[in-house]
Design a protein around this ligand. Structure first.
Ligand SMILES: Cc1ncc(COP(=O)(O)O)c(C=O)c1O
Length: 388
């Protein structure tokens, strides 16, 4: 250590100042990147991951309210959950829904991925992650001290060259990618994992509830449930709650995970009302086929029209339609143009995207009416005509 190094607190202060000066005042020109005016009644909100429009659903709200009236339940780590605890019932139901032998609830999708990768990789187990897979997967590998190898998005040749070089490990992909709405080629990914002796982890956060029979997800839709070692999902998307879920092909994995996964053992489990709400949501997800039908209908409609306007949708085949805006300055312009038309998308910017690859994501949902879709398309047309 040199005596001339500034104290750590000064270095932290300098980082915060750099953020405000270079980024907020500089790149953003003092404007807000992520939000402008507040939405008003009649505006079209496509900035949430509530793809099935289940947030606030009466059945879910009643279940949560009834549970709250009974108290909060035990507030402690999930290692203490046993017997006929409602969490265990929900875990069994969710696993059955996803055609998996077993599964375990986590406090969030982040904790599910972080805890899973930390619990299944180590210094001798390389982790191969798609370039645009969710950050929590790489974070879990880093927490485990595992060698991390990033492969080009959906590029099986590149992945194969990495596994040939570094050996069997964990391959981690998203079934449906959150920044551009593209799918992973899951069948080919299963083949590659089997040929190379790798464990395959598939993040179904954006496909659970929205794809597959009764919303069981893309892995089930493709008949691959027995070939994917672990699936994870954030339950803050189509399930409109606050939790994560990990499936396992071996039931013995669950007690191991509860104790060995750091977020599971060192952080409190879900409160009882979250479990109650998610149980009701699972029933609604399975029962309301019309929500999936409407979601797919509006998604195809918007994709077709927005692509016809000349936007490059980067292979989106889903409810995620991203307008690639590039710099943060341009992203603010586009967000404001959309807001002028009463359309509210979600800004994605570094660290969620590479530098100068920011975007405005339109997250379509089952609650959109035909008029809403017309407004989204008109707003995109205006962006095309007035931006650049
Ligand atoms: C693909 C993917 N995985 C995991 C997560 C994390 O989920 P959660 O918000 O429940 O922590 C997200 C959410 O941003 C996601 O998009």
């Amino acid at each position: 250590m040199t005596t001339s190094s500034p104290p750590a607190a000064a270095r932290v202060r300098a980082r915060v100042e750099r953020f405000h000066e270079a980024r907020v005042a500089g790149e953003w020109g003092g404007r807000e990147l992520f939000f402008g005016r507040s939405p008003e009644a009649g505006d079209v909100l496509v900035n949430s991951n509530d793809y099935l429009a289940l947030a606030g659903d009466d059945r879910v709200a009643k279940s949560i309210a009834d549970s709250l009236a009974d108290g909060l339940g035990t507030l402690a780590s999930g290692v203490y959950v046993h017997g006929d605890h409602p969490q265990l019932v929900l875990e069994r139901d969710l696993a059955a829904h996803m055609h998996a032998p077993a599964g375990v609830l986590c406090q969030s999708g982040w904790d599910a991925n972080l805890g899973l990768l930390q619990a299944i990789s180590d210094a001798h187990t390389p982790v191969y992650v798609d370039q645009i897979a969710h950050m929590s997967l790489a974070a879990g590998a880093r927490l485990a001290g595992a060698p991390l190898h990033v492969f080009r998005h959906n590029d099986l040749g590149h992945l194969r060259s990495r596994t040939d070089r570094h050996g069997p490990g964990v391959i981690a992909v998203d079934a449906l990618y959150s920044t551009n709405g593209s799918h992973c080629p899951l069948r080919e990914m299963c083949d590659l994992a089997e040929e190379t002796g790798c464990v395959l982890v598939v993040d179904e956060s954006h496909s659970l509830g929205t794809t597959g029979p009764l919303g069981a997800g893309m892995v089930v839709e493709l008949g691959l449930a027995h070939r994917v070692h672990f699936r994870i999902a954030s339950l803050s998307k189509a399930f409109a709650g606050r939790a994560g879920f990990v499936t396992a092909t071996d039931p013995a994995f669950v007690p191991y995970f509860r104790l060995e996964s750091f977020p599971a053992v060192f952080s409190s489990a879900l409160p009882a009302h979250d479990v109650a709400g998610l149980s009701a949501t699972l029933e609604a997800v399975r029962a309301d086929e019309w929500r999936r039908d409407r979601l797919h209908q509006v998604s195809e409609w918007v994709r077709d029209e927005v692509a016809a306007l000349g936007f490059d949708l980067e292979g989106s085949v889903s409810q995620i339609v991203a307008l690639q805006t590039g710099t943060e300055w341009a992203t603010i312009e586009v967000r404001e143009l959309l807001e002028e038309h009463g359309v509210f998308g979600a800004v994605f910017a570094p660290p969620a995207t590479p530098r100068d690859r920011a975007l405005v994501r339109l997250s379509l949902h089952a609650g959109l009416g035909d008029d809403d879709v017309d407004r989204i398309i008109a707003a995109c047309e205006s962006v095309r005509d007035r931006w650049r």
